[in-house]
Design a protein around this ligand. Structure first.
Ligand code: MG
Ligand code: ZN
Length: 224
């Protein structure tokens, strides 16, 4: 019984990965650099997207795909902040995006008009890491009020990402958060991971994130 269950789960993940590969080819065909932004609810994904839209040089056309359990609040915010397009995916209660949903969102975008595609995954530190979408980079947004033990409690998420934002560092004086303990946990799971401590509220540290994004965009275009 147990073996059968496991093989069904594996088949679902294999089918997802195949479609994720197709999504990636499509993005590459149109020279679109896509990032999968993952975090727990309230870490600041949407606020980071807004800040990124306002700070990235305007020659980069940014579109946003927003995965949300029920509302279009986040996509509306992205559109207001200057996204060339903001597509809402309502997961109907589902707790992660998958390659099928992302594929449907790509159908709704004019990829000729897009340089960077920011995908806001559903707020959840568990299953989004298990479902590839076809994006080029996975970014995890942690935040200070969540606590410094999260790398230890959600290793799968921390292991699989290409960059880590630590948002809300302006709250460090007010909440218990041992940055060394946090970073030690990250280093065990994902050695050498690039980390951006920043505050979307005060703006502190965001320039380094924007620089990294701009350089990653150039690198990806050179390799496409
Ligand atoms: Mg959001
Ligand atoms: Zn899920």
């Amino acid at each position: 019984m147990m073996t059968q269950r496991i093989s069904i789960v594996e088949n679902i993940l294999n089918a997802n990965d195949r479609l994720a590969d197709e999504n990636r080819s499509r993005l590459d065909e149109f020279d679109v650099f896509a990032l999968n932004l993952m975090a727990s609810p309230g870490a600041g994904k949407t606020t980071l997207i807004e800040q990124t839209l306002s700070l990235l040089p305007k020659q980069h056309h940014v579109a946003v795909v927003d995965g949300d359990v029920a509302t279009s609040i986040d996509a509306d915010r992205a559109a207001k902040a200057g996204a060339v397009a903001a597509i809402q995916i309502n997961t109907g209660g589902g707790c992660h995006l998958d390659a099928v949903m992302f594929n449907q969102a790509l159908d709704k975008l004019d990829l000729n008009q897009v340089d960077i595609l920011l995908v806001e995954n559903v707020g959840n530190l568990i299953c989004p890491s298990g479902f590839k979408l076809g994006t080029h980079k996975s970014i995890l947004i942690a935040s200070v009020p969540e606590g410094d033990d999260k790398p230890y409690k959600y290793p799968g998420m921390y292991r699989g990402v290409d960059a880590l934002v630590i948002n809300k560092i302006d709250l460090l004086p007010y909440v218990p958060f041992d940055m060394d303990y946090f970073k030690k946990g990250v280093e065990i799971l994902n050695p050498g991971l690039v980390i951006f401590p920043l505050s979307c509220q005060t703006g502190q540290g965001i320039d380094k994130w924007i620089d990294w994004l701009s350089k990653a965009l150039i690198d990806i275009h050179n390799s496409q």
